[in-house]
Design a protein around this ligand. Structure first.
Ligand code: FE2
Ligand code: FE2
Length: 374
């Protein structure tokens, strides 16, 4: 699930697309030309005075200008919800983005002004997520394995995926995939961070999951490589953050929030587990859509791989990671809450994406779409 927009910190305000990193897109797929373009953009931004009052723009400039400019951001507020999420993603980039995207700004990762902003923006963001989630009125068991199965089943295959499989045009399908950025983009790094300090079966299961992300040692099967082939075959771009709807930014921010806060490790286990539980049947619909519209062969392996692997990943994540951890005191509620957060933000994103591509906006579960996942 994915965390940054190019050089997060260095992205041109005009929205020139270079790369989105994070929860929901595959990051490690830049071409040499894109790297060159990004470096050029970084230099031009450095020289351009930024009069925008938006916090994200002020932060971008301050990360280039250094300590005095950063100090001036202590107590600064976002102008609106979108600005706050953009600024938060830019801060998360300092923790998670490739160094070549950051042009040296990573040195401010733990600057007190950045810590102040991160703390406040994350509180605001989590308040929003909890408010969205509260509307959904879950009735869930306290056992996290059973709860995650119920959450996954509640919206296992939203109507938009059935529409992708059976009715949309090639153009609509490509547009959706461009917005979606893959079912678990950035998942490899998230799994790697999530396993820190675990032990026993949980640690082994996350290691196996990570190894599958790495194509089980076969470079051509690494999931980021499969996504690169998908992107090249369909000819779509990686959208800049400024081109993405708020709902996509929020979905990304949840991943990077969980990845940069040790206190949320259990919530992260729940959120990642839910991604695995739901990805298989959703990817199967996208695969069917790609075949229906006779998409290029190279576009197929990415969704085919997740169709086959993720039901198994979901089942094993529950049995081998969630079940042993869920018996610890206070762990269950946190695991379940993380899964709810992911479910809620993903539902909001899919509703918005469906609207943008001309698909069914209703977020209906398809009860015929059950798979062995979980
Ligand atoms: Fe994957
Ligand atoms: Fe997976």
């Amino acid at each position: 699930m994915p965390i940054r927009e190019t050089a997060g910190s260095m992205t041109p305000a005009s929205g020139a697309a270079i790369v989105v990193w994070g929860m929901d897109v595959y990051p490690n797929v830049l071409t040499t030309a894109e790297h060159v373009a990004r470096a050029t953009v970084s230099q031009s931004i450095r020289k351009r005075p930024d009069a925008s009052p938006a916090l994200d723009c002020r932060l971008r400039s301050a990360l280039m200008d250094g300590p005095e400019a950063l100090d001036a951001l202590v107590g600064a507020e976002a102008v609106d919800r979108r600005d706050g999420v953009l600024a938060l993603l830019r801060i998360h980039d300092l923790h998670l983005a490739p160094l070549e995207d950051l042009a040296g700004s990573e040195r401010w990762q733990h600057h007190p002004a950045i810590a102040d902003l991160k703390w406040r923006l994350e509180r605001t963001f989590l308040d929003s997520v909890c408010a969205y989630d509260a509307v959904r009125t879950w009735t869930l068991p306290t056992d996290p394995v059973r709860a995650l199965r119920m959450i996954a089943q509640a919206d296992r295959v939203p109507a938009v995926y059935q529409w992708l499989a059976t009715r949309c045009s090639l153009r609509q399908l490509v547009r959706f995939i461009e917005l979606e950025g893959g079912p678990d983009g950035g998942f490899d790094d998230l799994v790697a961070i999530c396993q820190i300090s675990l032990d026993g079966d949980a640690k082994l299961e996350l290691a196996r999951n990570y190894w599958d992300e790495m194509g089980r040692g076969n470079a051509t099967q690494v999931h980021t490589e499969l996504h690169r082939r998908l992107k090249a075959a369909l000819g779509f771009r990686t959208l800049s953050r400024r081109e993405q709807p708020l709902e996509a930014l929020e979905r990304s921010a949840l991943g990077s929030l969980l990845a940069t806060n040790r206190a949320l490790q259990l919530e992260m286990l729940g959120a990642l587990g839910l991604i695995e539980l739901q990805a298989g049947p959703r990817c199967r619909r996208v695969s069917a859509g790609l075949r229906r519209v006779a998409a290029p062969l190279d576009s197929l392996p990415f969704y085919d791989e997740h169709t086959a692997a993720d039901p198994i990943h979901g089942k094993h994540w529950l049995e081998r990671a969630i079940a042993p951890l869920g018996v610890r005191r206070d762990a269950s509620a946190k695991i379940i809450e993380g899964a709810r957060w992911r479910s809620t933000l993903n539902a909001r994103f899919l509703e918005r994406a469906a609207l943008l591509v001309g698909g069914p906006a209703r977020f209906d579960a398809d009860s015929s779409a059950q798979t062995p996942a979980g």
